[in-house]
Design a protein around this ligand. Structure first.
Ligand code: SF4
Length: 461
């Protein structure tokens, strides 16, 4: 995993078990009845959310590329318009979780779109925007919310709209009712009773992939929260102010846009220059584990004391991606298929990528400490299902230097069209890698679609 050109970082890592926290998580895992976390985006279209969790599908490369482009634009605009602490703010209440694009005085939902509609166009044609905004207002206990529509076609073009939800109690009642219906459907394993799919006949991947049983006779899809929104008022003066801010920022995103890009720069080179052929999903497009230990542990962490889980934005220079923190320290949650739980010191040699990943995140926000949560899905005894480690990175400099070196290597690889400029990925990645014949670290093209599992980490955050 350590590429020749990486500074030596392993000697800066020390790791020890946190037995107390581990015990408390195991106890909660055993005793607490499962309360599924429901995301705001799930509530906007619960039937799709049901299939996303019960029958996850690989995302087609073209769709993955579109989603990635949208995500990048989203992040570029967000970073231009708001300071780091106000970006991607995670909020949670009664098992309903949201991530607000911009949250300063009022929650703001940013939408990138091909056509910037007016207030009437939002009300009539884009009620999902209002539904989502109303949920954020209820989660943050704010009556006023803002919609920011940014053009994906015309640089720096945007419109700003404000609205109010005067009856937040009513909004929350709709939200909890929707969340309970989705939890019930997931528990019973049937989407019966959920509103019809909002995307039926308009490119729903579960309909196109013949995964769902929808016939069009389901209860009609509705947006009860959107219907509670007051007048939608356009704010042209605010649009001018934000447009000026946006246009003053550099528009081309850095080559390394996520921690994953720094972790696997060779793979990133191929993903940027030649997206995976159809039928060979790239790692980023693998379906998530439907209902496994990863999801269960995420829910446990998210449902602890308010504020225990947060997201810290390191600023555009370090990496545009926010760092998930637990009790103020960056954390990684990984699920492994290993049979036994090694001693903490052995872990650094066995799974160095965990520590490099966490170290890069920690260095980005200047934290010398981090958490590693490991779920052992093959463990027979409940007491062995979770391990919690406190990881110390001291000094942080080797991680900053590694990030700089890898960022430069990826830039060089892209500029020179030479993947060899970027450090290779860990050996286990080659087995399922769609690029291995071109890259030279495997014997030939991948013959079967990649699947999660094996000795490699099966999922992570
Ligand atoms: S073949 Fe190996 S080094 Fe090359 S991109 Fe794939 S996993 Fe990375």
């Amino acid at each position: 995993m350590v590429a020749e050109h990486d500074p030596e970082w392993r000697t800066a890592v020390s790791v020890r078990s946190d037995v107390e926290l581990e015990r408390s998580l195991i106890e909660r895992l055993e005793r607490e009845p499962r309360r599924r976390s429901i995301w705001v985006t799930d509530l906007v279209d619960p039937r799709t959310a049901y299939y996303r969790q019960t029958a996850p599908m690989p995302i087609a490369p073209e769709r993955a590329a579109r989603m990635e482009a949208g995500r990048e634009l989203h992040e570029t605009i967000g970073a231009a318009l708001a300071e780091a602490p106000h970006l991607e703010v995670r909020v949670q209440r009664d098992g309903i979780v949201g991530q607000i694009d911009l949250f300063d005085e009022l929650p703001t939902e940013l939408k990138t779109t091909g056509s910037l509609v007016d207030a009437e166009g939002i009300r009539r044609g884009r009620p999902a925007y209002l539904e989502q905004l109303g949920l954020y207002c209820a989660l943050t206990d704010r009556h006023a919310g803002r919609l920011l529509l940014a053009s994906s076609e015309v640089a720096h073009d945007l419109r700003v709209f404000d609205t109010e939800f005067s009856d937040l109690t009513g909004v929350w009642a709709d939200a909890t009712q929707g969340a309970e219906a989705l939890r019930r459907a997931l528990d019973l394993g049937t989407p019966e009773g959920l509103p019809g799919c909002a995307w039926r006949g308009r490119g729903c991947p579960y309909e196109d992939g013949r995964v769902c049983d929808c016939e069009g006779t389901e209860p009609p899809h509705s947006y009860p929260i959107a219907a509670r929104a007051g007048p939608i008022v356009e704010r042209p003066e605010e649009a001018v102010r934000l447009r000026d801010r946006w246009s003053a920022r550099p528009s081309s995103p850095a080559a390394a846009r996520r921690f994953r890009d720094l972790l696997y720069p060779r793979r990133t080179f191929f993903e940027r220059t030649s997206p995976a052929p159809t039928g060979e999903p790239s790692e980023g497009s693998r379906p998530p584990s439907a209902d496994g230990l990863y999801r269960r542990l995420s829910e446990l962490l998210e449902s602890g004391t308010a504020g225990e889980v947060s997201r810290v934005h390191p600023g555009a220079l370090a990496a545009p991606e926010a760092v998930a923190c637990y009790r103020g320290w960056p954390f990684l949650l990984k699920i492994t298929r290993a049979w036994r739980t090694p001693a903490p010191v052995e872990l650094i040699d066995r799974q160095p990528h965990y520590f490099l990943d966490l170290g890069l995140r920690s260095a980005a926000i200047g934290s010398r400490d981090g958490w590693l949560f490991l779920g052992y899905e093959r463990a027979e005894r409940p007491a062995d299902r979770v391990r919690v480690y406190r990881v110390r990175f001291d000094p942080l400099a080797p991680f900053r230097e590694t990030a700089d070196a890898r960022r430069a290597a990826l830039d060089r690889a892209l500029a020179q069209h030479d993947p060899a400029e970027a450090p290779p990925c860990p050996d286990w990645m080659a087995r399922d890698c769609a690029y291995r014949d071109r890259c030279g670290c495997g014997p030939g093209p991948v013959t079967a679609p990649a699947a999660s599992g094996g000795s490699a980490p099966s999922s992570g955050a």
